[in-house]
Structures are given as C-alpha cells and as structure tokens.
Design a protein around this ligand. Structure first.
Ligand code: SDX
Length: 429
C-alpha cells in the first residue's frame, strides 16, 4: 500500500499519494488537487515545489552532496573528461571506449558553423555582451537546421541536433569573444580536445599561434564538469518549460542561456569579480561590505554567497577554491582578488547573519578567479558557465521529451479588479 497524506479543506478530508525518490526524498503528488478540491497551491519561486521526476542529478543541500547519474562530483571532476561527463548526463551511463570515440568523432565533425553567421556577429556593436550574442546565435542555429523544428523528430534527428549543439557552442562562444576583441575568427582544430580546441579558438592570433597549456586545459575541463548539471535550477527549468511546448532544442537552450545570464544565477560569477574589485578599489574594508549585504535597506548582496538548495557548503565551491590555489600557483599568477575572496569568506562565515541563513560560498564565488588566471575576460565568465551547463540542459530537455511531459503552464491567484464596465474616454476623469 503506497503512502498517502490527508489534507482537510473546509472540514472535508482529502487524500493524496506520496512519491518517494531513490534517495528517500518525499513529495506529495497534488496532480489532482484542483480537480478534487478547487484549490491550487501558491509557492513563489517554487521553493517547495517539484516540477518533475528526474534520474539525472541528485543534490543533498544539507550534506553538500552532488552526483551526476550516481557518480560523485568529486570523482568526476578528478578523473573524467568533460565529454565523458556530457555523455553520462545525456545517455545515463559512462561511455565505453567505442561509444566515447564515436561521440567525440561525431562532435568534431560538427564544430564549424555556417559562414553566414559571421554576418550576424558583424551586426552586433563592439562590446556587445557575449551572453546576448550567444543566446541569439544558438536560437538562430534552428534556422540552418529546419529538421530540428519538427516536433515529431526522430531519435536520429535528436541525436544529430545534440551533437551539433555540443560541437558548435564553443565555436560561437569564441567568435563572440573575437568579435569584441576585433580579432579574426579562429576555425576549430579537430585534432585537439574539446577544451583545447576552445582555448585555441579563443586565444590564437595570426601573428601568434596559441599552444594549449595542459594546466589551463585541465583546469577548464574541471570547471566545465563542475558546472555540467544542477537538477531543476532556474535556467534548466527554463529549458524544460520552453521545450515542453515542443519548441526545438536550439530555442530551448537559447532561453536557458538568457535565464543563466541573470546576476542571481549564472551571471553571479561576473558579479563576484566586479564586487571583489569594487571592494579592493574601495580600500578593502570587508566589514563595511558585509554590513551592506546584511542591511535590508541596501540592495547590495554578497555575490557568490547563498544558494536555494545548499544551506551548508556547495561541494563545487570547495573543489574550485582548492583548484584556484593550484592553478594560480602552477601558472605563477598572484591575484590579490583571491586573497580578498578568502578573507571575505572568513568574515562572512563568522557572522551570525550568514551562518543563521545558511549562506556559504556557491559555485560562482571562486570560479571567476580561475577564469581570470586563464586570461578569460570577465564578461565571458557566464559564457563559460553556459559551456559547462550545456550537457545538463540537453540531458534534462531529452528526459522531458522522452517522458512526454505535459506543457508547463502554472496557475495563479488573481488579485486584480473584479468585473467592471467600459467607460468611454469623454467620461473618464
Ligand atoms: C547559481 O539553483 C541552482 O542550482 C543555481 C546554481 C546552478 O548550478 O544552476 O547553483 C548556480 O545560480 C548559484 C547562485 C548564484 N547567485 C548568487 O551568488 C547571487 C547572490 N545570492 C543570492 O541572491 C541568493 O542567495 C540566491 C538567489 C542564490 C538564493 O536565493 P533564495 O534561495 O531565494 O534565498 P532568499 O533570497 O530568500 O534569501 C534567504 C535570506 C534572505 O534574508 P531574510 O529575508 O531571511 O532576512 O538570505 C538572505 C536574503 O536576504 N540572502 C542574502 C544573500 N543571499 C540570500 N543576503 C546577503 N547576501 C546574499 N548573497
């Protein structure tokens, strides 16, 4: 007999089933709540509301656990390649050699983008934010591959679209960077790794060919893995909802990129560095900024701190903080902003305001320090987050399509005017 809960509404008892996940987390299935009671639930920001069942990523916010398809983020970040993790998230299992070779080979066949897209970049103003360019470019990919727009797409069509998207995102991301630098586009090098190819497309110049540095390549591989998926976060939920209307994958991911751009979400990694630099320029009075973050009348928030799920440490932040020390030492980079970040963390974590609210450094707090050491400009940080999150977005969209989930359409509580008659202009005050 499956577990149920009873809810009493206006004196009448209703029973609803309880759903239990594979890690014993529980949910009340309210799919029939409105039909049976006329009531809906209200939950701003969906803080207590599950939107789906998913087998992809497991988070335990209290214990700082993050697993992709059952594998711990600590192991994957240390031992896997980003494309292995992408395969794992999308197809559910780690690839064997034959599968990985095919996956990598297929992706390298699709790294070029149509030459017409160069004209799109030329139309953007110099200094355009790369996230705005990237979101536009990814959506426009659907116009070059109209078969991707067919809602009744075959498994083969979906597979090809997935491989095209994984292959072309780095190419388009690097082109956004080159547009703003006024440098010529660098074409993909299919003989390099996924990360090596991206780094070369970013930093190679006709006058100065770029040699991939293995330290930088390994650091980027680790960062992309750490960002690859995070269950039903804001941008992933966006990808799922857009895809639930049978919109194509390119448009769904384009919407995810737009959602990720926000400073409360993926845009925080750019906001963290801008905040740390402001603190440094302001003389480094950490307590002043901590007090601003606590002041309800001040809109300032400690960027890179706090999380909807992690009310203890974000396991990714712990790994990235350690990697930041290693990468900067290996590259011989001395970044005063890293010292400020560490001091700020210590001050905050000894302040009851942050401890009582479970506000700890999240994935965005230290990632920008490493991106800076890799010579990636601040306005490209959230693009790096999107590069990492792409396989997660794809995996979640694919799971939603395969499970034939209904179109996402929440209800509301109406608080506007009751019925009233039209008043002609002449009679209005
Ligand atoms: C990401 O969801 C994911 O999984 C996201 C992500 C992923 O991988 O996809 O992990 C990536 O988006 C990480 C988060 C990056 N954003 C930031 O670093 C921006 C700063 N952080 C906050 O804005 C905030 O912590 C959020 C948005 C991350 C979470 O917000 P919630 O869950 O809605 O929490 P809340 O705003 O209701 O805050 C609870 C309390 C409030 O105080 P009280 O009303 O209880 O007095 O904590 C306070 C908030 O004012 N608070 C902060 C704070 N974050 C929360 N106060 C100061 N500084 C902060 N950073």
């Amino acid at each position: 007999m499956s577990e149920t809960v009873q809810i009493i509404i206006e004196g009448k008892e209703y029973e609803f089933p309880v759903v239990e996940g594979s890690e014993q987390e529980k949910a009340i299935d309210i799919s029939k709540l409105r039909a049976q009671t006329g009531y809906i639930t209200l939950d701003y920001g969906f803080k207590n509301t599950g939107s789906t069942k998913s087998a992809i990523t497991y988070l335990d916010g209290e214990n700082g656990i993050l697993r992709y398809r059952g594998y711990s983020i600590e192991e994957l970040a240390e031992k896997a390649s980003f494309l292995e993790v992408a395969f794992l998230l999308i197809y559910g299992e780690l690839p064997n050699k034959k599968q990985l070779d095919y996956f990598q080979e297929s992706i390298t066949q699709h790294t070029l983008v149509h030459e017409n897209m160069k004209r799109f970049f030329e139309a953007f103003p110099q200094g355009a934010h790369p996230m705005g360019m990237l979101s536009s470019m990814i959506s426009s990919l659907s116009t070059f591959y109209p078969e991707s727009q067919n809602p009744n797409r075959s498994v083969v069509d979906i597979e090809k679209t997935i491989h095209r998207l994984i292959a072309k995102l780095p190419t388009l991301a690097s082109q956004a960077y080159k547009h703003n630098m006024g440098h010529p586009t660098v074409y993909p090098s299919n003989d390099l790794s996924y990360c090596g190819n991206f780094l070369k497309m970013m930093f190679s110049l006709p006058t100065e060919p770029y040699e991939v540095d293995s330290v930088v390549e390994r650091a980027l591989n680790k960062l992309l893995i750490l960002h690859a998926d995070h269950e039903q976060n804001c941008s992933t939920s966006t990808v799922r909802v857009v895809g639930s209307s049978q919109a194509n994958l390119y448009s769904s991911v384009s919407a995810g990129i737009a959602a990720l751009w926000g400073p409360l979400h993926g845009g925080a990694n750019q906001a963290v560095i801008e905040m740390l630099e402001s603190i440094r320029e302001d003389g480094g009075d950490l307590q002043k900024w901590i007090d601003k973050a606590k002041d309800k009348n001040d809109s300032f928030r400690l960027m890179g701190f706090g999380h909807r799920v992690y009310k203890n440490f974000d396991p990714r932040a712990r790994i990235i903080k350690k990697a930041a020390d290693e990468v900067l030492e290996q590259l011989g980079v001395d970044d005063p902003v890293l010292d400020i970040a560490k001091q700020l963390e210590q001050v905050a974590l000894n302040d009851s305001y942050f401890v009582e609210r479970g506000l700890y450094p999240n994935v965005d707090f230290y990632s920008g320090i490493i991106y800076r050491a890799l010579n990636i400009p601040t306005d490209m940080f959230t693009v790096m987050f999107a590069l990492g999150r792409l396989p997660g977005w794809i995996a979640q969209w694919k799971e939603m399509v395969e499970n034939r989930e209904p179109i996402g359409r929440p209800r509301q509580v109406f608080t506007g005017s009751k019925e009233r008659s039209f008043v002609v202009l002449a009679d209005r005050d």
